[in-house]
Design a protein around this ligand. Structure first.
Ligand code: HEM
Length: 263
């Protein structure tokens, strides 16, 4: 009954406003923080290919817990991907509350932002646009990874990127993720006053510099990584080796040792 009254009047019988919007804001911040930090970790793991194929292979096997299960268990990666997917969907659903509902609302917000000439208000538009794009781009990627977790590795990933045409999607996703992620973390720090100290104005300037540096850093790292997977995938396709799995150097040497030859 109380819900019904609040639904009609916007206030409870005690004439109080609901605390739900504040709680939803908090959940949106918490899921955003998790996803932002997850993406930094994810980027470092995926970029292991820039060091070597063997290193990327070792990272993959580590996440499959090969130190517990012989040869690793990709189901663990699927479970992590499912958890990330649920957090991703929760964050997106909560983010939808902030999008303008019709053209009139959009027009009001745009006029307000243009009139204020305030950089942080303009950042909101980038968040809304990149967030919307990620609804589609992010979902495709996470679903594929979740259902094909056994196909992650130096060759399997490179084949997906090149021969299975994921690179155009990754270019767009990378741009959306890096802008959305660093702007999001910056806005979180400002919103909750994490590093405010005695002089919030100087802190905000410093945070802006960090935002710019981190965006460039992860964009450069991301595109270098993507180029590396595309190159390996292209070479595999040229050599007719699509679908082959990578054998780490240590195993090749072991194999040769058993036949008496050096690897
Ligand atoms: C547990 C969840 C995830 C796993 C295991 C995972 C794994 C991977 C792997 C192995 C790659 C290399 C290419 C490939 O194999 O297809 C990759 C690339 C990529 N992932 Fe994820 N991913 C996850 C979640 C996400 C999320 C939530 C996003 C953002 C919404 C994301 C964005 C990207 C982007 C942009 C690339 C291309 C990066 C580049 O090549 O520089 N991933 N991911």
């Amino acid at each position: 009954m109380s819900d019904l009254i609040e639904g009609y009047l916007g206030k409870t019988v005690e004439r109080k406003k609901s605390r739900v919007p504040a709680k939803l804001d908090y959940i949106q911040s918490a899921t955003g923080l998790f996803l932002g930090l997850f993406m930094w970790g994810h980027m470092f793991m995926v970029s292991s290919i820039l060091i070597s194929k063997d290193f990327m292979y070792a990272v993959t096997k580590f996440f499959e817990a090969s130190f517990i299960f012989d040869g690793g268990n990709p189901l663990l990666v699927s479970i992590v991907a499912l958890v990330v997917f649920i957090i991703f969907i929760t964050h997106a659903a909560l983010g939808m509350r902030k999008l303008p509902g019709n053209f009139k609302q959009y027009q009001v917000m745009k006029a307000h932002a243009d009139n204020m000439g305030h950089e942080d208000t303009k950042l909101w538009f980038i968040q809304a646009f990149t967030g919307f794009a990620m609804f589609f781009l992010g979902s495709v990627h996470i679903y594929i990874i979740m259902t094909h977790s056994a196909d992650i590795g130096p060759y399997a990933s490179a084949d997906r990127v090149w021969s299975e045409w994921m690179w155009p999607l990754y270019i767009l996703l990378l741009l959306a993720v890096e802008f959305h992620g660093t702007i999001g973390l910056y806005r979180l720090a400002v919103k909750w006053g994490w590093f405010d100290g005695n002089d919030p104005k100087t802190t905000r300037k410093r945070l802006k510099t960090w935002k710019r540096v981190l965006t460039w850093f992860f964009l450069i790292l991301g595109f270098a990584t993507l180029a590396a997977y595309m190159k390996i995938g292209y070479e595999n396709a040229q050599a007719g080796k699509v679908g082959e799995r990578y054998t780490p150097t240590a195993k090749v040497m072991q194999l040769d040792n058993t036949t008496g030859r050096l690897g």
